[in-house]
Design a protein around this ligand. Structure first.
Ligand code: PHE
Length: 455
């Protein structure tokens, strides 16, 4: 296994690790928690179709732009903008990515903590999931107490322990083990779904697009989902690509990541919708679908607690591989730009994240009355990062690779230095998308999400 390159920087060992780590980052709460409720609220098949088209046409080029910048610079996100031709002027975008990743970590670790509570409750059979009303009040009761804080703390500790082991021994090994396990769990669930009475209804809801349901709102929701789900706009994929080996094919890895990420979203839909229809419930319950509706469904199935335990374990593991990737953005920055050793940088990054997570966990309890711009810390971090900072980061990396970065350097990254394989057509298409299509499309979601565009 190659542990580091000449400069002593870590390098992932080969193709599998590159895909396992990037898919590990991409697959998370976004696929298993957010996708089903977004699809449920926005007409199922119509939403899925738009989501796939955007992931392919906007997601893949932006992901490739991050890969190109990351591997070319082989450094943290702030440095990546500077050394790829942006100079100090562009460093701010890198810093924004670091701040955004910490804000996302803040609320993401809290939701992961909720998942841990549901996992333990299912495992020990303690909770009563038998009525929706119970579940609703249980959820409110649980989130407005001290327990989420403890779970967030424990989750953050595991996150820290993996990261402190380093890039190859921590991140790469975890991803190599957890990602196949995650797929296995998903496949088991999908097979189980086939035997549910509502399977056909669920499949129809997810795959049969009703074109009349495609409204501007659905289009924008789908683009936002594709963006969040592929971990774009914060420098996460850039940081991971800085650890790719020289032989990793960037375009191919971007397409594989997108395909696997969408596959997981579809599989989550195949798990959740047949179950929802089997028990005559509504797919449009919103963000609480996974915490209030699903446990109720499990409690009515035979062996329900086992399914429930497995499901929340799946969600927990998927969250972990994502939080690890978010943390790595600031860790690589602190260790390279601030010259801290790995442990020090990890402690600093996880320490800041924990502070922010504490504010988020307390947003439902002690600090629920503290509002900034009318939002609790939890809502504020979510809103600012997903709706403002991530789109800015996405527009920046597209424009940067499209306009600022040296064309030759881009071609070398895309072809791994073999001029023959760098098909000129692929380069032209990529540059065209990065210059025009991606920034304009992302700018439109940005305007919509900050309320400057209303359909
Ligand atoms: N893509 C992750 C998910 O779907 C979330 C994420 C966003 C991870 C940004 C890293 C950076 O849950």
């Amino acid at each position: 296994m190659t542990d580091s390159n000449k400069s002593g920087r870590a390098v992932f060992a080969g193709k599998f690790a590159a895909v396992a780590t990037t898919v590990g980052s991409a697959v998370g709460l976004g696929n298993i928690w957010r996708f089903p409720y977004e699809a449920g609220e926005h007409g199922g098949g119509a939403f899925l179709l738009c989501y796939i088209v955007f992931a392919l046409l906007i997601g893949v080029p932006v992901l490739t732009s991050e890969f190109i910048m990351g591997r070319c610079a082989r450094s943290n996100v702030s440095e990546a903008y500077a050394v790829n031709g942006g100079g100090n002027r562009w460093r701010g975008i890198g810093h924004l990515g670091i701040i955004t990743s910490l804000l996302i970590l803040g609320f993401y670790a809290v939701v992961a903590g909720w998942t841990a509570e549901y996992f333990i409750n299912s495992l020990t059979g303690q909770a009563d999931f038998s009525s929706e009303k119970n579940l609703h009040s249980q959820f409110l009761y649980f989130t407005s107490g001290w327990r989420p804080l403890v779970w967030t703390l424990l989750f953050s500790l595991i996150n820290f322990l993996i990261l402190a082991r380093g890039v190859t021994k921590g991140i790469e090994r975890m991803s190599n083990v957890l990602m196949p396990l995650l797929f296995l769990l998903l496949v088991i669930f999908c097979i189980h779904s086939i035997f549910l009475p509502g399977f056909n209804d669920g499949v129809e809801f997810l795959f049969k697009p009703d074109f009349s349901k495609i409204t501007p709102k659905v289009l924008l929701g789908a683009l936002g989902q594709a963006f969040f789900s592929l971990s774009l706009g914060v420098g996460c994929m850039m940081t991971y690509a800085s650890y790719f080996s020289d032989s990793t094919r960037l375009g191919r890895t971007a397409v594989t990541t997108m395909l696997l990420d969408s596959t997981v979203a579809i599989m989550s839909g195949l798990i959740i919708f047949p179950a929802v229809f089997s028990y005559g419930l509504s797919p449009s319950a919103g963000p609480t679908l996974v915490f209030e509706v699903l446990p109720n469904i499990f409690s009515r199935m035979s062996g329900g607690m086992i399914w429930s335990t497995l499901f929340f374990l799946l969600l927990l593991l998927a969250s972990l591989t994502s939080t690890v990737s978010m943390s790595e953005i600031s860790i690589s920055y602190f260790s390279e730009a601030k010259r801290l050793d790995r442990k020090g940088a990890t402690m600093l990054s996880c320490g800041i994240a924990l502070l922010l997570s504490t504010l988020c966990a307390l947003s439902f309890w002690g600090l629920s009355e503290v509002k900034i711009f009318g939002m609790t810390f939890f809502d504020l971090f979510d809103y600012v990062s997903s709706n403002i900072f991530m789109p800015i980061g996405g527009i920046a990396s597209s424009l940067f690779v499209g306009w600022v970065m040296d064309r030759k350097a881009v071609a070398i990254q895309l072809s791994n230095g073999h001029e023959r394989t760098a098909t000129a057509a692929m380069m032209r298409a990529l540059v065209f998308f990065l210059r025009w299509i991606c920034p304009v499309a992302i700018f439109i979601i940005f305007l919509d999400s900050v309320g400057l565009l209303r359909f």
